[in-house]
Design a protein around this ligand. Structure first.
Ligand code: 0RA
Length: 646
């Protein structure tokens, strides 16, 4: 995100004074979020979203995306084709209006477009403005029409260029390097993931992707095609691929509530994590909002009612909390809203009030039916909820210890932390370092004014496999909480994090550049993802990148981060140069570690971002594996806590 975009104030008047398209080029981040990788990929999503709109209106069922050799992208759909007739008000072809007027968005005919897609719903004209060149080709009424543009300006009027039986719209654009100054190189996986997600969210449409920049062993371009018959039900199975379900079927509902299309699908698995993905108009609302609250409300009230009337709770001596109903739950909520109000830090929190009751009612109806028709599954779910409640009670003691420790000020910091002297969190960094010895080197090498060091012993706990109480009892993890100054939630919402007192705005994971090191990084990341997601979303988590090689000749020395760089240095230095491979951080001295990995002037920190929450959850659950731990046994063994509490 470029900061300069936000700093300068400007009035509504000056926005209007700038012609729309020019304004897009002047302030691209206002329209596409940023001018880095996200914004770059957003261009493709924007065009595809228009095709999806066309599909939702019932006119299109096939959309394809091609990454061309020069990183231009072609999208093709078989919709009605953007109209090419003269637009009454503007006096030029409607195609030209759609492509060159900000806000036209193609949606003249409001009724045929119930909802608007796109992260910001900015329209293809915005993509045009940010492309060094763009070609739009329309197949309609047996003919072909085309227009070319540069940086959003039409080069000539729309021309009829041929005849064709086809129908649809084809857009080829090349991102402008004047705007996307980091890179215009598309990531195949990122685009493929989004298309897969769209196929689940809009069942029946075929979305495909082809990458013409590379070829595989067979001499073919990598390609994939996504099509979902069952929509969210299949999405759930995809997300939970490496988890074990505890009920037979995915529970799902699809319908309208108070004129709002609501789709929900959910399943319970043997894990302890909760995975809720919510969408508004195909956009992942990872900050949640009213629709998610509605889901929670519907789920809790229906399950509670069922459990109460079933008599299964009779022997339970304590209250069941909202969390308990969602342990081991994977659910997707997808709604379509005509005028979505997005709030929150990343504008991914739905604000529309009416959604809470709509979704809550839909979920209640769906669940009531399911529980009635599947009494065995109903029993399994209620038992799972009870186990969760018991485990929560057992975990309470452990959690309270963390809270007490981290709430204490001053003396509360862990002994292993070498703190920095600066007090302003915005300027402070903490390095989580693998192993005490590397921790020692880092401590010597650091700038103690603003850099703190927290050494972590060996492999930290795999939180993916551990129950909550084990996580809070773990010493290394407790140290992380106290060092960072964050406290954990209440009894009601055990994962809600209080980050007001966060002591560092850069939290840097620094591990060896080998297999073990990356495993440890992944363990730490899993912890942040599951227990401190807020810090990840706020962009506070980073990964350090120590070099792999030191190349030396006499007093000349240089570092290399990959084999190519190493070879280049060796040939630069010529005869007599020597290569040292760093097997771990421990092999570097303090000065080398500072120079290569910690000095803000020379280091490369990779900021951890989550583009796709569902995918991240899937990957973590797969990587960190869900062995089915003997849950009952644990509760029996640890019943002592529960007894104290009751
Ligand atoms: C404006 C009006 C109509 C369709 C479209 C735009 C349209 C835009 C895009 C962008 C990509 N693919 C698209 N397909 C269609 C309605 C057309 C009509 O009423 O015939």
């Amino acid at each position: 995100m470029s900061d300069s975009e936000n700093n300068s104030q400007y009035s509504a008047d000056s926005i209007q004074a700038l012609e729309g398209m020019e304004h897009v080029r002047k302030r691209p981040s206002m329209y596409i979020g940023d001018v880095g990788l996200r914004g770059l990929h957003h261009l493709v999503y924007e065009v595809v979203d228009n095709s999806i709109d066309e599909a939702m209106a019932g006119y299109c069922d096939t959309i394809s995306v091609v990454i061309n050799e020069d990183n231009s992208v072609t999208t093709i759909d078989n919709g009605r084709g953007i109209p090419v007739g003269i637009h009454k008000k503007e006096g030029v072809s409607a195609l030209e209006v759609v492509m060159t007027k900000i806000g036209a968005g193609g949606k003249f005919d409001k009724d045929s477009y119930k909802v608007s897609g796109g992260l910001h719903g900015v329209g293809v004209s915005c993509v045009n403005a940010l492309s060094s060149s763009l070609n739009a080709t329309v197949f309609r009424d047996g003919k072909v029409w085309e227009q070319d543009y540069e940086r959003g300006k039409a080069l000539s009027p729309v021309k009829e260029t041929g005849i064709s039986e086809k129908r649809g719209t084809m857009v080829t654009f090349k991102p402008d390097t004047e705007i996307f100054n980091q890179t215009i190189e598309y990531n195949y996986e990122t685009l493929a993931q989004r298309l897969r997600e769209l196929s689940f969210l809009n069942k029946g449409i075929t979305l495909s992707i082809k990458d013409c920049r590379s070829t595989n062993e067979k001499g073919e371009h990598p390609s994939e095609s996504f099509h979902s018959k069952e929509g969210l039900k299949e999405f759930i199975r995809f997300l939970d691929e490496s988890r074990e379900p505890i009920i037979q079927e995915v529970i799902s509902i699809e319908g309208e509530k108070h004129d709002i299309p609501v789709e929900v699908a959910m399943i319970y698995n043997t894990s302890y994590s909760e995975n809720l993905q919510s969408y508004v108009n195909n956009i992942n609302t990872h900050e949640g909002g009213t629709h998610l609250s509605g889901f929670r409300r519907g789920l809790t009230s229906t399950l509670k009612k069922y459990a109460d009337s079933s008599g299964l709770l009779d022997k339970l001596k304590f209250e069941i909390s909202g969390d308990d109903f969602r342990e081991g739950l994977t659910a997707i909520i997808s709604v379509k809203v005509a005028e979505p109000q997005f709030e929150g830090q990343t504008k991914t929190k739905l604000g529309n009030r009416e959604l809470t009751s709509a979704v809550s009612q839909a979920v209640s109806e769906m669940l009531e039916n399911y529980l009635e028709e599947h009494p065995n599954d109903a029993k399994i779910i209620v038992q799972k909820v009870i186990l969760a409640a018991q485990a929560r009670h057992a975990a309470r003691k452990a959690r309270e210890m963390v809270q007490r420790k981290s709430v204490m000020s001053g003396g509360g910091l862990p002994g292993k932390l070498s703190d920095c002297s600066e007090q302003d969190p915005a300027l402070c960094e903490v390095f989580l370092v693998e192993g005490d010895s590397a921790g020692g080197t880092a401590k010597q090498g650091r700038d103690r004014n603003f850099q703190a060091i927290l050494p972590l012993r060996g492999k930290i706990l795999n939180v993916e496999k551990a129950m909550q109480h084990k996580v809070f009892e773990n010493e290394e993890i407790r140290n992380i909480y106290t060092a960072l100054g964050v406290t954990i939630g209440t009894e009601e919402d055990t994962k809600a994090l209080n980050i007001e007192k966060l002591r560092y705005h850069k939290i840097v994971i620094m591990c060896d550049a080998d297999v073990d090191g990356s495993h440890i990084s992944t363990l730490i990341l899993t912890f942040f993802f599951r227990y401190m997601r807020e810090l990840v979303d706020a962009g506070y988590i980073y990964i350090a990148t120590p070099p792999l090689y030191l190349v030396k000749k006499g007093s000349k020395k240089s570092y290399a981060w990959n084999d190519d760089q190493r070879d280049q240095l060796v040939s630069e230095f010529g005869q007599g140069s020597g290569v040292q491979r760093y097997k771990g951080l421990g092999e570097m001295n303090a000065e080398q570690l500072w120079d290569t990995t910690m000095d803000p002037a020379h280091r490369t920190l990779r900021r951890v971002t989550i583009d796709n929450g569902g995918e991240a959850d899937r990957v973590f659950s797969m990587l960190m594996g869900d062995e089915v731990p003997p849950r009952r046994e644990f509760i029996e063994k640890n019943a002592i806590y529960a007894k104290i509490d009751v």
